[in-house]
Ligand binder design. Structure first.
Ligand code: GAP
Length: 473
């Protein structure tokens, strides 16, 4: 059953705007995004009431839904929909031997410089250069120290004694626990090469200058896959995963022309990598990395084998050969992707209010798959018991299938606007026709409104779960 668009519908059946929106401002700006994120409960500064903890962020009721939808979709396509990948969930506290073997204790550092004028600690690449002279970006000071390495790992102590013997680290990437558990997982999963181990979880880096909202944080989450293969398959696998990962971003609503696959040049690449791509996105603050796809050869497994003295070899039953597998690693940031999703979704357009006067409309045009709330349910009037009861019945009907929000306060137009601003793709309105009061044939039907086009259709309540599930999956 379908109904005409807003502009064609008689007023009694159509709620909110009376014509399609005009898109006037598709490009996001960071100030508006940060403010919307706070105002509507996506992202707050951590420890805000105590002045904030730099580089740490708390996700509010909508932010946590968005983040979960992203991580669940990643897990779905990277693990559940494949028969060559299994998952794991490693500990955050990491034995120092692991990070010594991987090279992090020695070399996981950024070059740091101090400004003697304003005392700022700066990453070398943050200095500005004027007329060939390096300057502090904060105060313009030219009195700078030499660059020195600053290790980005957070060190802590395990147990009561706080000495050398009790040092542990908060993991700087999830990857290392995958390498360290390679043998156990190989044995229990009985996978044959090529196969992958996936993990989603927190990582910590004591960044010298966290910045650009959540883009560079000290505590963040990664979604990493280590895909093990034979040496001769490495380069092909790198190209395969680059394409898969680009498709992933398109499937969550990031336009292909805002994504860029940058081939990392030899001089920038880790010495053990035979090929690396950065997948970059055009953020409002510039083109920046979302994910790295790296062919890490057999470096990590070899390092852990040498340091632990334990074999991390693979035995090929057919050829009866034993060897250390190579690995290709697509490594994505959850927080950076969430930020990209919000930037990509943010738009402003003009739409008519209830009286037909054009007003500004802020819309987060999230792909329904990742939108925090999938459907809002509104009784046309909150003081009509039957409308309210029917709307609550619909909430109960949809609840097991998706995250639904019930709202009865304010005019229907205002309620739509509130949902548009947080990116809810569908709105269901229960009206007198639903109750069969005007036309018995329309009894048990509702208005289903789509966020971007604002088009409305009339659908049977019983069809709602199926229709919505097919549009959000
Ligand atoms: N295991 C490989 C690895 O960790 P990386 O390029 O250092 O590689 C992978 O990190 C991804 O993790 C990045 O592309 C980014 O999305 C995310 N990431 C890294 N550092 C981050 C930070 N300080 N804040 C937020 N996300 C970060």
């Amino acid at each position: 059953m379908s109904a005409p668009s807003d502009s064609q519908r008689p007023p009694s059946q159509s709620y909110g705007a009376a014509s399609s929106p005009q898109r006037i401002r598709p490009v996001a700006d960071m100030e508006k995004i940060v403010s919307l994120c706070k105002r509507r409960g996506f992202i707050f500064q951590s420890s805000e009431i105590y002045g904030g903890l730099n580089g740490a962020w708390d996700y509010g009721p909508l932010g946590v839904e968005l983040k979960r939808n992203l991580k669940n979709y990643w897990w779905r396509v990277m693990v559940h929909e494949r028969d060559d990948v299994v998952g794991m969930d490693g500990s955050i506290l990491t034995h120092p031997a692991v990070l010594k073997a991987s090279g992090h204790v020695e070399g996981f550092s950024d070059p740091m410089i101090d400004c003697r004028s304003c005392k700022a600690h700066l990453r070398l690449d943050q200095l500005i250069e004027k007329k060939g002279v390096k300057q502090c970006p904060n105060c313009g000071g030219k009195d700078l120290t030499e660059a020195r390495p600053f290790n980005l790992m957070f060190e802590t102590h395990v147990g009561a004694a706080a000495d050398e013997s009790s040092i542990a680290y908060l993991r700087p990437e999830t990857a290392q626990s995958i390498f360290v558990q390679f043998k156990n997982i190989l044995e229990v999963s009985r996978k044959k090469l090529p196969f992958g181990i996936a993990q989603v979880g927190k990582a910590f880096r004591n960044e010298i200058n966290p910045r650009n909202f959540t883009f560079r944080s000290r505590e963040f989450e990664q979604m990493e896959l280590e895909y093990f293969c034979r040496a001769e398959e490495g380069m092909k696998s790198l190209d395969y995963w680059l394409e898969e990962r680009l498709k992933f971003y398109e499937n969550i609503g990031i336009l292909r022309d805002k994504l860029h696959a940058r081939k990392v040049p030899d001089e920038e690449r880790a010495f053990y990598s035979k090929g690396t791509y950065d997948i970059e996105y055009d953020f409002p603050f510039g083109r920046q990395e979302l994910e790295g796809v790296a062919y890490r050869t057999d470096y990590d497994l070899q390092q852990h084998m040498k340091a632990s003295g334990k074999s991390l070899e693979y035995f090929d039953e057919e050829t009866k050969q034993r060897f250390v597998p190579h690995v290709v690693e697509p490594s994505a940031g959850v927080d950076r992707t969430v930020l990209a999703l919000i930037c990509e979704a943010y738009s402003e357009d003009e739409a008519p209010d209830e009286k037909g006067k054009m007003e500004k409309r802020v819309v987060l045009r999230f792909h329904p798959r990742i939108a925090p709330i999938k459907c809002a349910v509104f009784p046309l009037l909150k003081n009509k018991e039957q409308l309210v009861a029917k709307a609550k019945e619909i909430v109960d009907l949809l609840g097991p299938h998706m995250f639904v929000f019930y709202d009865e306060s304010g005019t229907i137009g205002r309620r739509y606007r509130r949902q548009d601003e947080i990116g809810t793709p569908f709105g269901v309105t229960v009206d007198f026709e639903t109750l069969g009061e005007k036309d018995a044939a329309l009894g048990e039907t509702v208005t289903l409104r789509e966020r971007d086009s604002m088009k409305q259709e009339r659908v049977a309540i019983n069809d709602l779960p199926g229709i919505l599930r097919s549009r959000i999956s």
